[in-house]
Design a protein around this ligand. Sequence first.
Ligand code: ATP
Ligand code: MG
Length: 195
Amino acid sequence: MSEKHKQRQQKLKETVDAKIEAAQEEKGVLLVLTGNGKGKSTSGFGTVARAVGHGNKAAVVQFIKGTWACGERNLLENVGVEFHVMGTGFTWETQDKEKDTAAALSAWESAEKLLSDESIDCVLLDELTYMVSYHYLDVERVIQALNNRPKMQHVIITGRACHRKLIDLADTVSEVKPIKHAFEAGIKAQVGFDY
Ligand code: ATP
Ligand code: MG
C-alpha cells in the first residue's frame, strides 16, 4: 500500500515538475474574480498586499463606493497605494443614470492613466464588472486599455457577472461560488470583516 502511494506521488511530482519547467513566460497577468460568493474584493486586495510586500507599486480604483469606510484603503494608503474611488454610492441605490455614467467615466479615466503607467506593477479594478453590465462603460474601451497596458503590469478585475469578452481576454479567471452566506441567516455586515 505505502509502496503504491509512493509510486503515485512520484508520478504526480514528475507531472507537476514538467509543468513548472514548461511555464517559462513572464508577463503581466489579467486576473478576473467573479461569481456570487463572498471573497472577490478581499482576494483582490490580498494580491495588492502581496505586491506591496515585495516592494512593488500597486494602485486601486473602486468603481462602487459603499456607505462604509474600506478597511483595506485605511491600511494600504499608508503604504503608498494610490486609491481612486468613484464618487457615487452603490449603483442600485442611485436612480440618476446620467450622474452615474459621468462618475463611472471619471473613475475609468483614472484607471486608464494607471493602465498606461509603466511604474505601476499591479492595478486592482474593484467592482469594474458592474460598469460594463450597467452600460456605463463600453467594454471595447476597457479591452483596448487592457491590451495596451505595460507588458509586465498585473491587473485584477472583480465583480459579479463579468462580461464574456473580459473573461475571454483574461489569463486567469476564478468564480467564487456561494455555498452559504451569514447575511442569509440574518447576520449583518460587520466592520473589520465585511468591509
Ligand atoms: P468581499 O469584499 O467580502 O470579498 P465580494 O467582493 O466577494 O466580498 P461583493 O459582491 O463585492 O462581494 O459584495 C460586497 C459585500 O456584500 C460584502 O460585505 C460581502 O460580505 C457581501 N456579500 C458578498 N457575497 C454575498 C452573498 N452571497 N450574500 C450576501 N452578501 C454577500
Ligand atoms: Mg467586492
